[in-house]
Design a protein around this ligand. Structure first.
Ligand code: GLA
Length: 413
């Protein structure tokens, strides 16, 4: 968003909230917010849900923060430690939401995470209940946003869940377009509430891609938006999600990203190849990199994947241009991502399991807009590679070849 546009939006937001007199005196007196520069590259961090789900607690979040530092993940760029669902307790008579017994002191926890040089995220819903059945923010949006800011929260994942039956289906039965308008208004409401706090808070939309959120999300404050339903640690689900990202590349850019959901690297029974391909494709997609594994028990080979700086550099490339699928040949797909300084990342994925050396895949450089020999770096072996037109490539099932070519020889030259 342009700074001038966000400043005028800021003025409007301040005016409307002041008029409603719904904010606490200190918030009314707060300096009007300036443009919040967050998520200029896809957010990186760790989230509790994919591995711990309802077992997350204060101790686990502290341990995760410790591990993000100890494993070198922080140095590699992982900054947000995000508490997902199941932290919420009950609201008191003044409507203040208290954390449940698993989180005795949220402010102290935030201070601890910050003391490690990290940032902290939290989770809520525009409905009365979260997906896990805990208290959501419906009717308490400003109050909750203020509380997050007081705790020192840096990131909010806002998950639609019970807003569907609570509001959309109740207020607009059988009227999908009206339901979608209610949904958009709910996200906009929390965006304004967050902005009024004056604290830079990354706003993560979790409404599973409904109503082509990539088209309207950024205009109501989304820094990232889920494009699909939930990821699971299974190859078929991960590959299905990758396939659903095709065509969405136009909507991503600094400050606003497509979110194909959090990482499952290191979870379930994913093979090493599958973990590598999953991480590669999230980097090609300029996706948020939110690890979701059991950090205190992370295996060295998983740490090596999550901290591969060359691959992270693809994800975090400052141009912020999401990669695209250029062509496929049977179950082999070729994706490219244009990088700052004219470099190109090329990912060749063997999504199938039935191609053998009698019929290896042949790379077509012309389809990638390239001509002649390309010298690059294989980002998973660290070795220099040369790509030539029609060269045979043998890839194990569900494995990937990821090459960065800093000076591509393009057909236009
Ligand atoms: C939904 C979201 C998940 C997670 C759970 C928590 O399913 O998509 O990412 O936040 O809710 O209940």
């Amino acid at each position: 968003m342009h700074i001038s546009a966000s400043l005028s939006l800021a003025a409007l937001v301040m005016a409307s909230f002041t008029a409603q007199s719904q904010v606490a005196p200190q918030a009314q007196l707060a300096t009007p917010q300036v443009a919040q520069v967050v998520a200029q590259t896809p957010p990186m961090g760790w989230n509790s849900w994919n591995y711990f789900a309802g077992r997350v607690d204060d101790k686990g979040i502290r341990a995760a923060a410790d591990q993000v530092v100890a494993t070198g993940m922080k140095d590699a760029g992982y900054i947000y430690v995000n508490i997902d669902d199941t932290w919420e307790g009950e609201r008191d008579a003044s409507g203040v939401l208290h954390p449940n017994a698993k989180f005795p002191d949220m402010k102290a926890l935030a201070d601890y995470v910050h003391s490690k040089g990290l940032k902290i995220g939290i989770y809520s819903s525009p409905g009365s209940k979260t997906c896990g059945g805990y208290a959501g923010s419906l009717g308490h949006e400003e109050q909750d946003a203020r509380m997050y800011a007081e705790w020192g929260i840096d990131y909010l994942k806002y998950d639609m869940c019970s807003f569907i039956p609570d509001v959309m289906e109740k207020q607009a039965p059988n009227d999908k377009p009206a339901q979608m308008r209610l949904m958009i208004a709910a996200y906009s409401k929390m965006d304004k509430a967050l902005k009024v706090t004056g604290r830079p808070i990354v706003f993560s939309f979790c409404q599973y891609g409904w109503d082509s959120v990539w088209e309207w999300g950024p205009s109501v404050g989304a820094n990232l938006w889920r494009t699909t339903g939930d990821v699971t640690p299974e190859w078929d689900r991960i590959y299905a999600i990758v396939s659903q990202q095709e065509g969405l590349e136009a909507y991503a850019g600094p400050g606003h990203w497509n979110d194909p959901d959090m990482l499952e690297v290191g979870n379930g029974k994913l093979s090493l190849e599958e973990n590598r391909t999953h991480f590669t494709m999230w980097a090609m997609l300029a996706a948020p990199l939110l690890a979701g594994n059991d950090l205190p028990n992370m295996k060295p080979e998983i740490k090596a994947i999550l901290t591969n700086r060359d691959v992270i550099a693809i994800d975090q490339d400052r141009l912020g241009k999401q990669g695209a699928r250029i062509y496929s040949d049977g179950e082999v797909e070729v994706w490219t991502r244009h990088l700052a300084g004219g470099a190109l990342a090329i990912a060749v994925v063997d999504a199938g399991d039935s191609r053998y050396s009698t019929h290896p895949f042949h790379l077509n450089l012309h389809k990638l807009g390239l001509t002649g020999k390309q010298t690059g770096k294989n980002l998973w072996t660290g070795k220099t590679v040369e790509l030539t037109d029609n060269m045979p490539l043998e890839l194990a099932s569900h494995d990937v070849l990821l090459v960065r070519v800093d000076k591509p020889n393009s057909q236009l030259q």
